[in-house]
Design a protein around this ligand. Structure first.
Ligand code: NAP
Length: 357
């Protein structure tokens, strides 16, 4: 059944699995698509009047839906369009939330605009990027976001949020933490500098440029990032079983220096990989540990199989749907990994994908 609102259709019991890169999940009680700001207002009113929660769905690339589905309203954000305006040596791109992220990276790079070239090949929509402050290879969207326009369900009004109002930190923002569920992102403005040199800082990228003897252009960088991601099964493709995933399933933990020193002492003289991280609120030094290294050392290797779930054969951090997996299969493997890593290192990993039930 479906209900017709003023401008939109609300369909009942729509399976969500096809809308996720995992290919997992039960139905949404109600489902609609927003193509305009007016649709966002209408969907929010529909949910409020029905007394149901509303979930904004982008590319479904960082999402695990429960086998029972979602009892509220799923609103697929399909607002389209990119506009640009010159400001000195930069271009401000106003990108509607439903635009494909990777296509936008291509668009910006083609205009010789730098700042997001390392974020090529990341699945999902532009509107999803500020939510978890998407980042890769040393860049994160917080560095180039000029403004986030969103519908604030609390005030029933549109707001234009400056980056300082978005609460950005590592893979985090107000949209996925203290204000989760409050805002429906409808547009993101990026300020990208024309003619800027590409950012080539991470080992994988530096090695790729050396091995292929490439000159350092924005285009070469975004192409290199796509090749590297593809080699790790991190570019969504129907023909790649390793990409039936939500990308990295675990965040790279940021731990107190003492935790790292304890782990390093246990592995001495072998080095333990670690990277600088911001100090905590009390000024104590911290470091970032690669979650993939912790998994490997705790015995969770690429290609591991647990029934219908498993670990990608090319990336330790990607849990995969091996075919007909249920969310329950993924959760069981998640719990096994979290417990195994905690027992070995006394570090508790956090899952990255959004859990919808
Ligand atoms: P990777 O490049 O093997 O890196 C593993 C870990 O080491 C990450 O914590 C990474 O930090 C850190 N690292 C490596 N080189 C570093 C350097 N030169 N300086 C500081 N930190 C360094 O990771 P991967 O799993 O193959 O992923 C590639 C990139 O995609 C990474 O940047 C990763 O964070 C990113 N990614 C992002 C998302 C997301 O936004 N949701 C999902 C999947 C992967 P960083 O995490 O700070 O980069």
């Amino acid at each position: 059944m479906y209900l017709k609102g003023a401008a939109m259709e609300f369909q009942e019991n729509v399976p969500l699995a096809p809308y996720t890169t995992f290919g997992i999940g039960g139905p949404a009680r109600w489902f609609a698509e927003a193509r305009s700001e007016g649709d966002l207002v209408e969907a929010a009113a529909f949910a409020r009047e029905a007394g149901l929660p509303l979930f904004a769905l982008g590319g479904g690339s960082n999402l695990l839906v429960s086998d029972q589905g979602y009892r509220g309203v799923v609103l697929r954000i399909a607002l389209a369009g990119i506009e640009e305006e010159r400001r000195g040596s930069s271009l401000i791109f106003s990108v509607a939330a439903g635009e494909d992220w990777d296509a936008f990276v291509d668009h910006a790079v083609a205009k010789d605009c730098g700042g997001i070239e390392c974020l090529a090949g990341i699945p999902g929509t532009a509107g999803g990027t500020p939510v978890q402050n998407v980042g890769a290879y040393g860049q994160e969207v917080a560095q180039t976001i000029h403004m986030v326009r969103a519908f604030d369900q609390m005030q029933s009004d549109f707001v234009d949020l400056a980056p300082e109002q978005c609460g950005f930190s590592y893979r985090r923002s107000r949209f996925n933490s203290f204000d989760a569920g409050r805002f429906l992102v409808c547009r993101v403005d990026f300020s990208l500098e024309q003619g800027r040199a590409p950012s080539i800082e991470y080992e994988d990228l530096i090695r790729y440029f050396k091995e292929h003897n490439l000159s350092c252009t924005l285009g070469a960088t975004s192409r290199a990032v796509r090749v590297i991601r593809k080699s790790k099964g991190m570019v969504i493709s129907p023909s790649d079983p390793d990409s039936r995933s939500a990308g990295s399933f675990f965040k790279n933990p940021i731990v107190a220096m003492g935790v790292y020193e304890r782990i390093a002492a246990g592995f001495s003289p072998a080095p333990v990989p670690h990277y600088p991280a911001p100090a905590d609120d009390t000024g104590r030094a911290r470091v970032k540990l690669p979650a993939a290294w912790l998994l490997e050392k705790a015995g969770f290797h690429r290609g591991l199989i647990r029934g219908r779930a498993g670990i990608s054969s090319r990336h330790t951090l990607a849990l995969i749907n091996r075919g007909d997996a249920l969310a329950a299969d993924i959760l069981r493997l998640r719990d096994e990994i979290i417990a195994g890593v905690e027992e070995q290192f006394n570090v508790r990993l956090e899952a990255e994908p959004v859990w919808l039930e």
